[in-house]
Design a protein around this ligand. Structure first.
Ligand code: FES
Length: 178
């Protein structure tokens, strides 16, 4: 049997998470996921999703743990994390508000809706990328088409989908999270 190749450090590490620790429950979930795939590598994205569901983001330690678990090099996992925008490279707020900004929604008021959320939550609507409140409760960001272009503007809050969102409805969505 061949020995596992030595681990090669990744060239551009993600943020560190010194207290990263995989619980028995998470490990069991990952082990169960692996049973669905002919080879461990094929489960990479699902394993990363499971880790992100637990921690909210993917850290340097998470990449290293995943690589070891799947018999890969850290770079093989790192390239997934940096390719797929749904994999988070930094901690996010407890509640994630995603406003679609693609054409129909842009014409339907997406930018005004995004600005409304930012103003309400004390965030800078003009800053680049996801913005998180200081208390870690909310992250607001733009995303691309959420596939309901006829009911613009549309958005998501966590796993919930909202169509034709007015500013009044936006206030209610925030209130429902508090
Ligand atoms: S443009 Fe917003 S859902 Fe398609």
């Amino acid at each position: 049997m061949n020995a596992a190749p030595p681990t090669v450090p990744i060239p551009n590490p993600l943020l560190a998470q010194p207290d990263f620790a995989v619980t028995a429950a998470l490990e069991a979930e990952v082990n169960e996921l692996l049973t669905h795939y002919p080879e461990k590598r094929a489960a990479s994205l699902m394993v990363l999703h499971a880790i992100q569901d637990r921690f909210g983001w993917i850290s340097q330690q998470a990449v290293e743990w995943t690589a070891k678990k799947l018999g890969l090099q850290p770079i093989n996992v790192y390239e997934l994390v940096t390719f797929y925008p749904m994999l988070r490279q930094r901690p996010m707020g407890k509640h994630q508000i995603k406003v679609c900004r693609t054409l129909s929604c842009a014409l339907g008021g997406a930018h005004e809706l995004h600005e409304h959320f930012c103003r309400k939550l004390g965030l800078d609507a003009r800053a680049h990328g996801p913005q998180t409140t200081k208390d870690g409760k909310f992250t607001v960001e733009f995303v691309e088409c959420l596939a309901s272009c006829g009911t613009a503007p549309v958005m998501m809050c966590n796993d919930n989908f909202y169509e034709a969102v007015s500013q009044k409805r936006a206030d209610e969505i925030v209130a429902e999270c508090e």
